[in-house]
Design a protein around this ligand. Structure first.
Ligand code: DX5
Ligand code: ZN
Length: 221
């Protein structure tokens, strides 16, 4: 059963509370929080204060923190302490990724490693069994509202095949460029967590109804 993870990057921050509560009312079980440092990616977003606010507004939801930062190791403990349930960092940002995964587990988080579109999933082959999720970027990290990069479907499908072959239960999260036309197909390729920002929040329509409709589309997979 694939799940939708609305990304607050596309929220109207003057309405953060209302929009988060609407997402929850629509059945969202996971909220995606994009942390950008203006260095690993050419954009800034937010950090711990916003994570704390999301946790306060939604005490029960699973919070999925996506660290797009250099030196991710510096931030793991604080983010897990302040409410991150799932936390991923970029393989491209850290030579000591296996150690960071162990630290996330020690702190009580569910570890994920995020891969930029050009990084093959095979780089994670040696540590696949330690990961709660593999986080596949389907756009270049840094901005919401970009176009899905063609070919990423094959990366999702081959990773899913390998996870099945090894008998693992690793989740595959995809992130970026998900739209009304491709969401169901991407779930059918093997994505089990689908992060979506503009698709959920950048519409005039009712957010709860949109989350419900999108979640229903991907639930059968
Ligand atoms: C981009 C972020 C994404 C972003 C996706 O670097 O990691 O999580 O919110 O935005 P959309 O769904 O609009 O492509
Ligand atoms: Zn993200």
């Amino acid at each position: 059963m694939a799940k939708l993870a609305p990304s607050i990057l596309s929220c109207d921050f003057s309405q953060l509370r209302e929009e988060l509560l609407a997402a929850e009312e629509g059945g969202a079980e996971i909220i995606h929080v994009d942390v950008m440092d203006g260095h690993f990616v050419p954009n800034f977003t937010f950090g711990l204060p916003i994570l704390k606010a999301v946790r306060k507004i939604l005490p029960r939801v699973t919070i999925d923190v996506h660290l797009m930062t250099d030196n991710p190791r510096l931030y793991i403990a604080d983010f897990v302490r302040e409410g991150a349930d799932m936390i991923s960092f970029h393989l491209e940002a850290s030579a000591d990724y296996s150690l960071i995964v162990d630290e996330i587990v020690e702190y009580g988080g569910k570890p994920g490693v995020a891969l930029a579109p050009g990084t093959p999933w095979q780089c994670l082959s040696p540590i696949l069994d330690k990961l709660y999720y593999v986080h596949l970027m389907t756009v270049h990290p840094g901005f919401g509202g970009q176009k899905f990069i063609p070919g990423m479907e094959d990366k999702i499908a081959s990773l899913r095949q390998e996870i099945r072959r090894r008998g693992l239960s690793t989740e595959i999260e995809i992130d970026g460029g998900v739209n009304d036309q491709n969401i169901e197909y991407l779930a059918s390729c093997g994505a089990s967590i689908i992060a979506a920002g503009s698709l959920v929040f950048a519409h005039q329509e009712n957010i709860a109804a949109r989350v419900r409709m999108l979640s229903e589309k991907i639930r059968p997979y």
